[in-house]
Every structure is written in C-alpha cells, then in structure tokens.
Ligand binder design. Structure first.
Ligand SMILES: *Cc1c(COP(=O)(O)O)cnc(C)c1O
Length: 366
C-alpha cells in the first residue's frame, strides 16, 4: 500500500526491523545509552540547545503537556487557529481551566500576524499564545517567523504545535525563540506512533516553576529529572525508541537541508499534479500551502468516500477531511519517508480513478 495520509506515515525497513529487538531494562545502561543518544540528536532536528523531553504518548499528549506544564487555571491564552488542530490546542487549554480567547481564521487561510499583534495589544492579560505551525487538517503552513516576532515583541509565551512540520519544514526553534515546541514520532520522523517530543526554553522552565495546572503522567519536570539520570519517569515505549534511534541515523545521513528540499520537491509536484487534473487546493494562497500535506477540494459530482475507496483499491490510501471539511476535501500526506515515485504513483492513480467516480475534467475547468 502507498500510505499517503498525514500520519501515521510509512517507515523504512531498517526502522521497522529495529523494533524486533528484545526488551532491555528501562532503568539499565542499555536504555540510558539510547535515551541520551536520541535526545542529543533530537535537538539537532529541533535546531535547539534547549532541553528536549520525550514522552510516551500520541501527539495530542504532547499538546496537553505543552498546556498543563506551563500555565495555571484562570490565565488567559490567545489560541490562534487555522483548523482542527489549532482548535484542539485551544480545547485542551480550556479543559484545564485557562481563559481561552480564540483567534480563528478561515479554513484554507494562514494566520495573519497583524491580527495576532492587535489581539495581544487589546488584552494585556494574555499570558501565552498557542499556534499550529503546520495545520494538517487544511494543508496550510503558518508564517511562524512572523508570528513569533509579534508574540515576542509583546513578551508572551509561545507554545507551538509542530507535530506535522518538524523535520519536514524548516523550524529553527532557537532562532525564532520558541518556548515550547511539540512534535510526534509518527509524522515526519519515519517512526511508528508512540512518542511525543517537547522542547522547552529557559523562559518555558521559568513559567513551569509557577504553573499550577494539574498534571501527573505528562509532568515534564519529572521527565527532565529522570532524563538527567538517563531514564524516563514511567515505562517508555522501548521498541519505538529503537525505531527512532535508527530513523535519526538515516535522517542525519541525509541531512536537514536535503530533507527539507525533498519535502519541498514532492509537495510542489503534488500541487502541480492535482492542478493539472483540474482540481483546486484548499490553501487559498499557495505561498502558505504545506510541504507535508496537500488538501484538495473534491470536485463537483465526486464523493470523497467513493474516491478514497477507489484509490484504496488501486493501492493508494489518502485521507479525508476532518470536522467541517469532512466529505468536502481529501488530503495527500507527503511527509517523512516519501519519495518522488510515491507521488507519481498517487497522481497516476488519481488520474485513472477520478473519471470512474463521476469526475469530468471538462466540467471542472469550464
Ligand atoms: C497528528 C497531529 C496532531 C495529533 O497527533 P496524535 O498523535 O494523533 O495525537 C496534533 N497536531 C497536528 C498538527 C497533527 O498533525
């Protein structure tokens, strides 16, 4: 199967094979070696000197950790959202008692830094800003450099969901001064689901010292304390660590610039290919179209469900829409272990299958 969903993504053979190894004592020297080696190399990909902690959890667990470790109930959060995942970040903050002010942009749009600056100026009580780097539900990448600039100018904490961008799209954490950045193993990292990573700036740790939201399993201070001993507070997903260790080798061998370039190339090919078929991107301004996932409007007369089923029969699995976009769009994942041939095959299958599910290119371009 050509698995073209934006996570979980396919894994290289070597990465999968690493998971067949026997368990080790998670409080012993073998695991300590892996944990310390993995942690140092994660920092390379986060482009940071900050602490990076790894928790055994889905990406959503990482987002929850980014809220509960740095905020107190009653504090005001500006939740910038351009889709389902931005909304989820806001919901988590609300769940734990933050006063959430939403700044929601339309699906397909990127966040406007000027509007963020205005919202921050209008309410001095805002303590932190949550923002999604790459909105997986719409295939739009925010201009995080511009956003970070206005958030820092206003002297607020910036908490970033980079679950579907880190390693696929350039994100220099230290250069942008980002306080907390979250990613997840099953997206750009070419690793199965199970681990989430968080970088924490010095300012982030200062906020952590006074943060009062309840937490136990996701306590990053505990994770850091254990990490200093080469351990994790609770039993880690050891097999996923084995996989990550090997994936990081592969990624270091390829090199960050080459990885970003490969993602740019396959994304551009995907966008050009769907447009050649007469289809329209959800991203309103192509400058913000994502290099890790492409969201495409289903053309008139074509049911997303039927299209996905027909593609699956051809060996290509694409994602549908989430939330309000369910039944309206489909999404092609191209992050992590993705090669040019995977995209050519996907486009070829689309070309073949579309007419069979009611698509007439002439009607679409008329
Ligand atoms: C996938 C994803 C998440 C959630 O990750 P899970 O592992 O499914 O919990 C959060 N944010 C973004 C942007 C994502 O793409």
């Amino acid at each position: 199967m050509n698995l073209r969903i934006p996570g979980p993504t396919p894994c290289p053979e070597e990465v999968l094979m690493a998971m067949t190894k026997q368990m080790v004592d998670h409080r012993g020297p073998e695991f300590k070696d892996i944990l310390l080696r993995v942690t140092e190399r994660l920092k390379t990909f986060f482009q940071t000197k900050n602490d990076v902690v790894t928790l055994t959890a889905a990406g959503t667990g990482g987002l929850e950790a980014a809220i509960v470790n740095f905020l107190s109930p009653g504090e005001t959060v500006l939740a910038v959202s351009i889709g389902v995942f931005g909304d989820r970040f806001a919901k988590i903050a609300e769940t734990y008692g933050a006063t959430v002010k939403r700044l929601r942009f339309e699906d397909g749009e990127a966040a406007d830094p000027d509007q963020i600056a205005a919202a921050l100026a209008a309410d001095p009580s805002i303590r932190a800003v949550t923002v999604t780097h790459n909105e997986t539900s719409t295939g739009v990448t925010n201009d995080l450099a511009a956003i970070a600039k206005v958030v820092k100018a206003a002297d607020k904490l910036i908490l970033v969901d980079a679950v579907s961008s880190l390693t696929a799209i350039d994100l220099p954490v230290d250069a942008l001064g980002l306080d907390v950045v979250v990613s997840g193993s099953q997206k750009g990292w070419m690793v199965p689901p199970g681990l989430t990573f968080l970088s924490v700036s010095e300012r982030g740790w200062e906020a952590n010292a006074n943060a009062k939201m309840p937490r136990f399993y996701l306590d990053v201070r505990e994770a850091k304390k254990s990490l200093d001993k080469g351990q994790t507070p609770w039993t880690p997903a050891i097999s996923v660590f084995y996989a990550l260790d090997v994936a990081l080798d592969l990624m270091l061998a390829e090199g960050l610039p080459a990885i970003f370039e490969r993602h740019r190339r396959v994304a551009e090919r995907t966008r050009a290919g769907v447009k050649e078929l007469g289809l329209r991107l959800l991203a309103k301004d192509e400058r913000y179209a994502s290099n890790s996932v492409t969201a495409v409007w289903a053309p008139d007369g074509v049911e997303v469900k039927a299209l996905r089923a027909a593609l699956r029969e051809r060996g290509v699995v694409v994602a549908g829409g989430q939330g309000a976009l369910d039944g309206k769009i489909f999404r092609i994942g191209h992050l992590g272990y993705v090669r040019d041939a995977d995209i050519e095959e996907t486009l070829h299958a689309l070309r073949e299958v579309l007419p069979k599910v009611g698509y007439s290119a002439a009607a679409a371009t008329a």
